[in-house]
Ligand binder design. Structure first.
Ligand code: GZL
Length: 329
């Protein structure tokens, strides 16, 4: 009998000790064991916002083509500009046990819960083109994006000079809650507020799309008629929609109404050579190479800077014709 008691207590003790070991979920979430071996195919999940603009399409192409070039097994998801679809996609990447996640977050907030789940699964997250607002910055490895506030400032400075420091401006804003919309508005207003004779008389979201940009500009023209001297659009697609609305109202875009926007997509350069758009601040969407460099570094256990700023430059009608053929997107 005593033999059995000893055996059972030995087994119970063994079970207890085994349970106190470091189980999977007790390991530090930021496990830096290198997971990247040259030649080994890595699986990356990319949660893309949608296809709302030519800029977005160019970014998607860059990330998909670079995956092919590097032999990365890319799982791609298009969220049609809905955050809930992005969260669903991120959860599916956890289930698929991807090695890394690339996320272009449609808005800045609402990401903590799913980013916590990804951290628990020990999958690194690379943010591209838009940032997130989180308490715990360890929820993502790095952000690769432009400085949207600076883009807004550049557009504001150019317009103030073009208008000689006076005029009424209407603003076509990006997606509510999106980092580029918030920051491009901030940067532009910071500059325009310095000019007492420059007024932003209307400001409304066109959700970064050409169709909505046209629709909102039609409403602005109806309300303000000839009282509009300039349009500031947070992206080229909304500016191109506004150009259509201005023409349909019988006015000359680029002459009767000055138009400045951001992105620097090919269609914007075409509009500049046609004299319909006056200026576009480039926001480079070709983030594929930088995104995968970051993935490879993080999987090798290297640390990354929290943010990498993508350099931008301003183009106006005076240079558009000269550079249009060299544009890569
Ligand atoms: C900027 C990007 C913006 C572009 C728009 O990094 O998030 O979203 O400016 C796009 O064209 O829709």
């Amino acid at each position: 009998m005593r033999k059995y008691v000893a055996l059972i207590s030995f087994l119970v003790a063994g079970l207890f000790l085994w349970g106190c070991g470091e189980s999977q979920d007790q390991q530090p979430a930021t496990d830096n064991t290198p997971k990247f071996e040259e030649g080994k195919t890595i699986m990356v999940g990319f949660s893309q916002i949608g296809a709302e603009s030519s800029w977005r399409t160019a970014e998607t192409k860059s990330i998909q083509e670079e995956a092919k070039k590097r032999g990365v097994n890319l799982k791609f998801s298009d969220a049609q500009q809905k955050q809930e679809n992005q969260i669903k996609a991120l959860r599916s990447f956890i289930t698929q046990k991807v090695d890394a996640i690339i996320l272009a977050p449609v808005v800045e907030t609402g990401w903590e819960p799913v980013l916590q789940e990804i951290k628990q699964a020990k999958i690194p997250v690379i943010l591209v083109d838009r940032g997130v607002k989180v308490e715990d910055e360890s929820l993502y490895a790095t952000l690769i994006a432009s400085d949207f506030v600076e883009e807004g400032r550049m557009a504001g400075k150019w317009l103030a000079e073009k208008l000689g420091g006076k005029g009424n401006i209407v603003e076509l804003k990006g997606t509510p809650g999106a980092a580029p919309a918030i920051d491009r508005e901030k940067g532009f207003h910071e500059i325009i507020d310095k000019y007492p004779n420059m007024k932003i008389i209307k400001s409304q979201t066109g959700d970064f799309t050409r169709s909505k940009g046209k629709e909102v500009m039609e409403a602005f023209l109806k309300a303000e008629d000839k009282n509009i001297d300039a349009v500031y659009a947070h992206n080229d697609d909304m500016a191109l929609g506004a150009i259509q609305a201005i023409e349909e109202a019988g006015m000359k875009p680029g002459t009767d109404i000055i138009i400045v926007s951001i992105d620097g997509v090919k269609d914007a350069f075409v509009a500049m050579t046609e004299g319909k758009l006056n200026c576009s601040v480039e926001c480079n969407p070709l983030l594929g190479p930088a995104a995968y460099d970051a993935v490879e570094k993080i999987l090798k256990g290297e640390t990354l800077p929290k943010k990498t700023i993508v350099k931008d430059q301003l183009f106006d009608q005076s240079v558009a014709a000269r550079v249009i053929d060299s544009r890569q997107y």
